[in-house]
Design a protein. Structure first.
Length: 297
């Protein structure tokens, strides 16, 4: 079954890379995406600045920025609504691309700037989110509570201006690659009896208030112990805890799905990575081939 799946993935990679390898995206494709987002925001009667919307390249990531406005002090509601609108749009576009075997532009990171008024002061609340997390929110895999908890830890504020010179550390990492790695680890680990104890503990801990930090420590510890050599070999560098935690969080979201849903998630992440002109890493396949032989899986 696994062999059939990976042959299919390989065919998809060859198909798409033969159409567009290393060619990047055009301004026309950027404009199609921006206009699509604007249409969705208008449909949900969101107040936004259409002139501000832009797409930029930060390191290995494509970043889409949008500015929305809150009424009085309801910035939290506006941010969550904006995230939901864009997540829903991204999920639909990705599903359509798979069905039609077409290539589309999907940003790696989405930055939301929410203009809010605190008394008489104008405050801009900014946050940058992995577009995959938004897609998971839009499809119902991630709850509003989970998303808001992530937002609260990453939000910044400024008065009446945006400092473009200050970029989150996330911009410097290859987020599409991290997404692909996390889905593959979950795919390989879903029916792995060696992971049953840690997964059972993690799933129980996720329902207990106040154990989030301990759960994160557990995930990072597991990845360090079992996947550090994979990360370093495939990604070329030894990963810091911050990178491990991002991968661990996505792994935890994936591992709660069915096997078929994880396969779909891995296909989507892999296509997004390949569409940028990259090649699916052969080291990833060879690592897990050796791993399955070693542990008789």
């Amino acid at each position: 079954m696994m062999k059939i799946y990976y042959y299919f993935i390989f065919f998809i990679y060859c198909l798409f890379t033969s159409i567009q390898a290393d060619s990047g995206y055009s301004n026309k494709e950027f404009n199609i995406f921006i206009n699509g987002i604007h249409k969705e925001l208008k449909f949900f009667r969101m107040n936004f600045d259409s002139d501000f919307s832009n797409i930029s390249i930060k390191s290995k990531n494509s970043v889409f920025g949008v500015r929305v406005f809150s009424r009085r002090n309801n910035y939290g509601e506006i941010i969550i609504m904006s995230a939901g609108v864009m997540g829903r749009y991204l999920s639909k576009k990705m599903d359509d691309a798979i069905i039609n075997s077409s290539i589309i532009y999907i940003p790696t990171i989405i930055t939301i700037h929410c203009v809010s008024f605190q008394g008489r002061d104008k405050v801009i609340l900014s946050l940058s989110l992995n577009s995959k997390l938004l897609m998971q929110f839009g499809s119902g895999e991630v709850s509003a509570e989970m998303l808001w908890a992530h937002i609260k830890n990453n939000i910044t504020s400024s008065k009446d201006f945006i400092d473009d010179d200050i970029s989150p550390k996330t911009f410097m990492a290859d987020i599409d690659f991290e997404n692909m790695i996390s889905a593959r680890i979950a795919l390989e680990g879903k029916n792995n009896p060696r992971l049953s104890s840690i997964l059972s503990t993690a799933l129980k801990a996720s329902w207990v208030p106040g154990l989030e930090s301990k759960l994160e420590d557990l995930l990072v510890s597991h990845l360090k112990k079992n996947h550090s050599d994979l990360m370093e070999k495939v990604m070329g560098d030894k990963l810091e805890d911050e990178h491990m935690l991002r991968i661990g969080r996505q792994f935890f979201i994936h591992i709660q799905k069915s096997y078929s849903d994880i396969k779909k998630a891995h296909m989507i992440d892999s296509l997004k990575y390949v569409w940028k002109g990259n090649v699916y890493p052969a080291d990833l396949d060879s690592y897990y081939s050796d791993y399955r032989k070693k542990h008789s899986l």
